[in-house]
Design a protein around this ligand. Structure first.
Ligand code: C5P
Length: 311
């Protein structure tokens, strides 16, 4: 029996500057991504039967954190990623591929602002890269079609993202950063958070904006988490707080516990606290959980890699 296992890493945005809405509904972003050790695992079993048409996916099952909220149908980004790569392979005259059963083990919160679904899709692309000999360069356009965060989760590390977030340039970063993560089972819809930001800006055109990334880039080069903490910024934090006001208490609790800084991760509701050490991250996570301002907590370090085959 052949099983391929791919690891999907979560991300946090150290900086998320959101511009105006474009014609296509997306917003121009200037963002700095960091991949985290927090991950999902995608196990793909290659069956004896192969097929030259239709989906190669026979089944998809999901276990672990928040599993009941994750679709196990062709709507799942994992399934879409497999179908898209299969189509590319067939369009290039590739041989019939084996049918597959997919088992996804979740460790990344669903709808948590940590690119869990995107990372799963990136892991699925890595598996297809192996099964159908597709290069990273050829996987990247598929990744961009699947979602704005999929290209970054494919590559990982520390990167500047522009456009929808899919145009990537590596950023120099020294050191390892320790995070405490406050998870919230409420979940937030990414489109809703972006729309709320548009509405807030329409009502208050002078609302503060995240600005440029000059200081953050210099701080990342220094490798000093105290410096990096000064420049964490997220334009989606204000709309996320307006949709889930209790996140303010979560932010306060982490800072009371001694975190260097806290920021809503992406479109939320996960709150990420940058800490000065792995030990402090555990202390902050414990405090936040005890205070009752998070559904669950996790610790992670970054930068990690991108989606990768393991084992
Ligand atoms: O690209 P993805 O499908 O992950 O994006 C989900 C939603 O987030 C989009 O439909 C859009 O509402 C919002 N979004 C945005 N601008 C971006 C990225 C995402 O408005 N740059």
């Amino acid at each position: 029996m052949t099983i391929l296992t791919a690891r999907a890493h979560a991300k946090v945005n150290l900086h998320l500057g959101v511009g105006d809405a474009r014609e296509d509904g997306y917003h121009e972003l200037v963002t700095v991504f960091q991949s985290l050790s927090l991950h999902d695992d995608l196990e793909v079993e290659l069956l004896d039967q192969s097929t030259a048409e239709g989906s190669i996916v026979r089944s998809l099952s999901v276990t672990g954190l928040g599993a009941p909220a994750v679709p196990t149908t062709p709507d799942n980004l994992v399934w879409k990623a497999i179908d898209m790569a299969t189509e590319l392979h067939r369009s290039q005259g590739g041989a019939p591929l084996p049918m597959i059963d997919i088992r996804l083990r979740k460790g990344i919160p669903t709808a948590g602002g940590m690119a869990g679904g995107s990372a799963d899709a990136a892991a699925a692309l890595r598996v297809m890269g192996q099964m159908a000999s597709i290069s990273t360069a050829d996987l990247l356009p598929l990744a961009a079609r699947l979602g704005s965060d999929v290209p970054f989760t494919l590559l990982g590390g520390t990167m500047l993202g522009t456009g929808r977030g899919e145009q990537l340039v590596p950023l120099l970063s020294r050191g390892t950063y320790h995070w405490a993560l406050a998870l919230n089972s409420a979940g937030l819809s990414t489109p809703k958070v972006f729309h709320t930001l548009d509405d807030m800006r329409a009502a208050r055109p002078d609302m503060a904006r995240a600005g440029d990334i000059k200081e953050l880039s210099a701080a990342l080069l220094s490798g000093d988490p105290h410096e990096v903490a000064k420049y964490l910024a997220n334009d989606l934090q204000a709309p996320a707080l307006s949709l889930l006001p209790q996140l303010r208490r979560t932010l306060n609790a982490g800072e009371t516990a001694g975190a260097l800084a806290g920021v809503v991760s992406g479109s939320g509701p996960t709150v990420a606290f940058l800490c000065e050490s792995a030990e402090q991250a555990v202390d902050v996570a414990d405090y936040v959980l005890d205070t009752g301002v998070a559904t669950s907590v996790a610790v992670a370090e970054g930068p990690a890699g991108g989606a990768e085959l393991v084992g």
